[in-house]
Write a protein of this length. Structure first.
Length: 273
């Protein structure tokens, strides 16, 4: 009888301990949205209007849209070239199931393939008293490969509504190149801001903020960037409709006035209403 009681006690303690361990782990942190690293540039890609290809006749006056597009696509070039691998790897890793590691830290792993090169991504998220600390390590397979390079890191609020990323240029030159500040509004991204932080060139400290609003022109950019042609920084405000594709741009240093300059749904210059 005593033997049976002892076995029962041992089993009961085992169940209690297992439950306690599981409880101590808690739940994984809220992942930052995959698009916390991306800005929508689709309305400013030459020859495109959303998903529909359009043709702008030669000589047509579309300078207002073209000016806004030129500034926006400077930032796109940074993200879609230098940082294409870490941004895509993050999206792939966050689609996987989280595994608890230790010390309030969870891990997501996944493989991303770009241009026939495979990258192994390992994202960690450590829950602290004030925020979640994120680190993304990437291993490149094959020729010129490298292991566990910390390509970006950042923090996010415990409620998952805001955060910041710091992205490094490359394994060969691991200096910070872009800082990304992001917020969530409701269930979608509220704003994403890129700041070019790499020192040593005129473009340093240039920034672009993207967000959505409830107005007719429901998307915006706030841009501060170095214009190489004019050899000075420009402040720009851009508003446009994500459905109708018309919009407006304001830049006092370029236009010589604080007025907005507009384009219609075919990107052609029109008088602002």
């Amino acid at each position: 009888m005593k033997k049976l009681i002892s076995i029962s006690i041992v089993l009961l303690l085992s169940v209690v301990l297992m439950h306690s361990c599981k409880k101590d782990k808690g739940d994984p942190p809220l992942l930052p949205p995959a698009n916390s690293m991306t800005i929508d540039f689709s309305n400013f890609e030459s020859g495109k209007k959303g998903d529909n290809s359009i043709s702008i006749p030669k000589g047509t006056q579309n300078s207002n849209w073209e000016f806004a597009a030129g500034a926006a696509l400077l930032f796109k070039a940074v993200i879609y070239t230098t940082l294409a691998v870490p941004v895509y790897a993050f999206q792939v890793a966050t689609e996987q199931k989280a595994v608890y590691v230790e010390n309030s830290t969870w891990q997501w792993t996944g493989n991303a393939t770009l241009l026939n090169v495979t990258y192994n991504a390992r994202l960690t998220g450590q829950i602290t008293a004030s925020n979640v600390v994120w680190k993304m390590y990437i291993t490149k397979e094959g020729t010129g490969g490298f292991a566990d390079f910390l390509w970006f890191e950042g923090t996010s609020a415990l409620d998952g509504k805001s955060g910041q990323w710091k992205l490094y240029e490359s394994q060969q030159n691991p200096v910070e190149i872009v800082r990304i500040d992001w917020t969530v509004a409701g269930t979608s991204i509220g704003s994403v801001k890129y700041t070019y932080t790499k020192a040593g060139n005129p473009f340093a400290n240039s920034s672009i903020e993207y967000g959505l609003t409830t107005g007719t022109l429901n998307a915006y950019y706030t841009i501060y960037y170095y214009n190489a042609q004019y050899e000075q920084f420009f402040d720009m405000n851009v508003l446009w409709s994500t459905t109708q594709h018309n919009g407006r741009v304001k830049c006092q240093k370029f236009f010589g006035t604080t007025d907005f300059y507009c384009w219609d749904g075919n990107y052609l210059n029109v008088t602002c209403q």
